[in-house]
Design a protein around this ligand. Structure first.
Ligand code: DAH
Length: 342
């Protein structure tokens, strides 16, 4: 047994020093030591020659030898993992798969442009709820219940609670701003509005507006005109002409609608401008003193101007989109035409 133990020690040293250079050599190691005719099996076969009283101690030595050899084999195997095959190897020089980026909706593009122009003039953005109450949409804006001008805006009421409605204009956000802020106030309010209209190329039951409100001491109609003139030039370029026409809104006095020279035909007359050479883009005016009083803003001290424009109309002029329904049909052939326009 003495001799056998020495022999095992010698094998262990040999195994310890063994190093395989190729996967084939690892396999040779396995055959030599762990194969059915390998050395581990061979020394184990010696057990029968060991005297009974030494069998237990020898058994432990054998066991340990076997584990030692197996663990060496595992290490060798790990170091010689066959290389991942060709297909799995990464070629870092290959071009990547293109990532299909979405595009911004034309209405978002134009709304963002409008907002950014007014931001440069110091206007802050304010938002309000699309489901409104009668007061903020109508009452506070000087449209009492029996006011005929309510007919101008066919309203969707919420059937569960007729005190609620879908706002018909973003002027309701003016009301919310005046309710919570003190002058000076300078805000624009972009948002979606709803009216009970039959859907056609020229009308839709929802559309978008950007409202503007400026209240301070000494705000004049000249400020209103200059502000909107600046906006038009930034939006459509220096060659566009503007004109103001007297109009009526319950929440402004005096009121005016603003037209710009038709960008489609350059003023010569076309379908878009109904052959007049002019296109109306917004309503505006000096905030009615009653509206200021509704919110405890002293109308003797403060004056203000307000305006409301339709985003669809401005987008139509910018991108020559002639059918309002295209904006909400989600047809990618339409939407992807705005790729790259930010
Ligand atoms: N709210 C009006 C509409 O939806 C637009 C408008 C006109 C807004 C005059 C205003 C304004 O703030 O002063 O037709």
């Amino acid at each position: 047994m003495e001799q056998l133990v020495q022999q095992i020690e010698a094998y262990k040293q040999e195994i310890d020093l063994f190093d395989a250079k190729t996967p084939e050599e690892v396999e040779e190691f396995r055959i030599k030591y762990l194969g059915t005719k390998g050395l581990v099996k061979a020394v184990m076969g010696e057990m029968k020659n060991v005297p009974n009283e030494q069998k237990k101690a020898f058994g432990q030595i054998l066991n340990e030898f076997k584990l030692f050899t197996e663990s060496k084999y595992e290490t060798l195997k790990e170091n010689h993992q066959p290389q991942a095959d060709h297909q799995q190897q990464i070629d870092w020089s290959l071009p990547g798969d293109p990532i299909a980026a979405g595009t911004r909706h034309p209405l978002s593009i134009v709304r963002n442009q409008i907002v950014s122009i007014f931001k440069r003039l110091g206007f802050a953005v304010a938002e309000g709820p699309e489901i409104e109450d009668d007061w903020h949409n109508f009452g506070a804006m000087n449209l009492p219940e029996d006011h005929p001008a309510r007919d101008m805006q066919d309203t969707f009421y919420i059937s569960q609670n007729p005190a609620w409605l879908l706002r018909t204009h973003t002027s309701s956000v003016q009301a919310r701003v005046m309710e919570s802020q003190k002058p000076p106030i300078r805000v624009i309010c972009p948002g979606r509005v709803y009216r009970n209209e039959t859907i056609s190329a020229r009308a839709h039951c929802f559309f978008h507006q950007v409202e503007g409100l400026y209240i301070d001491d000494n705000v004049s109609f000249a400020d209103l005109k200059q502000t909107l003139y600046f906006f038009v030039q930034e939006m459509f370029g220096k060659n566009v002409k503007v004109r103001f026409r007297p109009s009526y809104f319950p929440f402004t006095e005096p009121s005016a609608e603003m037209d710009i020279s038709c960008l489609i035909c350059g003023g010569d007359g076309c379908n878009i401008c109904k052959h007049t050479g002019w296109v109306e883009i917004l309503g505006s005016g000096m905030v009615h003193p009653k509206v200021l009083d509704n919110f405890g803003i002293d109308s003797n001290k403060y004056t203000g101007f307000a305006f409301g424009m339709g985003v669809e109309r401005i987008t139509q002029l910018k991108f020559q989109v002639n059918d309002l329904r295209l904006y909400s049909q989600n047809d990618v052939r339409f939407l992807k035409q705005f790729t790259g326009v930010i």
